[in-house]
Structure formats: C-alpha cells, structure tokens
Design a protein around this ligand. Structure first.
Ligand code: ADP
Length: 254
C-alpha cells in the first residue's frame, strides 16, 4: 500500500533559484527510505515540505489519502500527529527531563492548556516508559536531557516521535552530529523499531554506505533534482557519481 505519493514537488526560496525541481516518488507503508545527496541538494527542504514545516510552491503530496497541501490549519494539526519528526540536533528542551520531553510528542493530541499544564493520561505515560525501555534509556527517564550524551538524546528524540503513534517518521540527518558508534546504535534502533511497528521511515543521510545498508529504497538528490531512485543494489558507482559529482571516495565512512 502506498502511504505517501509525491508528484511534481517544487520549491524556491528566492526567485530563479530552484531548490526542489519537480520531485516525484512514493513510499509504501512500512518502507525504510533514505534520501542522499550532497550538502545543499535539497534533502532537508524536501522532508520539511512533506509535513509543511516549509510550504512547497507546486506539486501534490498525498499522505494516507489526504492532499497535504490542501489541508486547513486544523486538519494539518491532526494529520501531523501521524507524522513524527527526528532532527539532527534533537530539538529537545534541555532543562526538562527525558520523560517530559518524550511526552511532548503527545501535544498534537491535546488542547493547548492540557499540553502546557503537562496533563497526560496514565496510558500515555505508560507508553512513554515502554518506548524508553525499547530504546534502552528508561534508567534516564528522570534526568534532565542536557545530562545525556548525544546518542542518548537522539534516542529521546526517537521516543518523542514514536509516542505520537505515527504512520510516518521523517528523520532529518539524525546521525550527522554523532560519532560512528552512536550513529550505528541510532540507525539500528530506527530500523528495528519502525520495522516492528510497521512505520514508514524517510531518513536524510550524508553517508551512502549507511543508506545502502539500512534502506529498502534510496532516493538521490542533486541540486534539487531527483537523479536516482531504486534499491541499494541498484545504486551503482555510476549513480553515486550522478548524485555527488565525481569524487565520491570521501563519502564512504567505512
Ligand atoms: P540539504 O538538506 O541537502 O543540505 P537544504 O534543503 O538544507 O539542503 O538546502 C537546499 C538549498 O536551499 C541550499 O542552497 C540552501 O542554502 C537553501 N536554503 C535552505 N533553506 C533556506 C532558507 N530558509 N532560505 C533561503 N535558502 C534556503
């Protein structure tokens, strides 16, 4: 089943500079998709257009049978509860505890007042603890987030996305600020848990080898154009050169 269908997506921040040019792709339910490309290719803009953190200029984004670009504010807020997001710099509230940050993922389901007052049901709290346990950080539940390592903070970020019960998770360079070991831990968790829960995952990545080892399918962007779409096996050296230009050796992290 197709969960996300993107057609003719274009975006410019300034006149005459096209950042996304007629992008077209689909993501199936439960699929793990990577978006690769050099810095400035448009990966982050693409991800943010999908949940309308950035408004696209043209195109149709159909998510779960809804035309995302046509939703009004209220409909968009509701639909966003189905789309979790994980950020490069985690976007946690540093002085709040781990469990409080995870429960922030429930805000989309609440009135502003209940959210501000931190009123969560027992079921929501149990789910949050369950997810912390799944991600191996339940012992840190009552620590302030700024006391955790980067890798642990990213696991909190993933729990916050998962507590929404999303159908889709968008991850914008989730491992770009982490060391190789923590990066592997995060990618392993993302893959394992989204697979187990049947969640579609779209991950922006710098490293080709990481994209190849974790993804069902890879999308390659260069200067806002989709220059590759296929399985990791189909991503040959020649396509990698199309995505990154000539010198691709430095992209392999080993
Ligand atoms: P990537 O994630 O692949 O590094 P981005 O989507 O962040 O690429 O950026 C694509 C292009 O759009 C870059 O040239 C960047 O400078 C430009 N860009 C990104 N955000 C903005 C913005 N808010 N205003 C103007 N230009 C932007």
């Amino acid at each position: 089943m197709v969960l996300l269908d993107v057609k003719g997506l274009s975006k410019s921040y300034q006149a005459n500079i096209t950042v996304l040019d007629d992008i077209q792709f689909q993501a199936k339910a439960g699929e793990f998709l990577s978006v690769i490309g050099p810095s400035g290719a448009g990966k982050s803009t693409l991800l943010r257009c999908l949940n309308r953190l950035i408004e696209a200029d043209a195109g149709v984004i159909t998510f779960d049978s809804k035309d995302i670009r046509e939703l009004n504010r209220k409909e968009l807020r509701k639909t966003r509860t189905d789309i979790g997001m994980v950020f490069q710099h985690y976007n946690l509230v540093p002085r709040l505890t781990v469990i409080e940050n995870v429960l922030h993922g429930r805000f989309g389901y609440k009135s502003t007042l209940k959210g501000v007052l931190g009123i969560f049901t027992e079921e929501e709290k149990e789910r949050a603890f369950y997810l912390l346990q799944k991600l191996g950080i339940e012992e840190h539940a009552y620590k302030r987030c700024d006391q955790l390592s980067g890798g642990q903070q990213q696991r909190v970020g993933i729990c916050r996305a998962l507590v929404q019960n999303p159908k889709l998770i968008l991850c914008d360079e989730p491992i770009a600020s982490l060391d190789p070991h923590s990066s592997k831990v995060i990618m392993d968790y993302l893959k394992l848990i989204t697979e187990e829960m049947g969640i579609t995952c779209i991950v922006n990545l710098h490293q080709v080898d990481v994209a190849q080892s974790y993804s069902d399918r890879v999308i390659g962007l260069n200067s806002g154009k989709l220059v590759f779409e296929g399985s990791p096996i189909q991503l040959t050296q020649s396509f990698i050169s199309d995505v990154y230009g000539m010198d691709t050796k430095e992209l392999i992290t080993g």
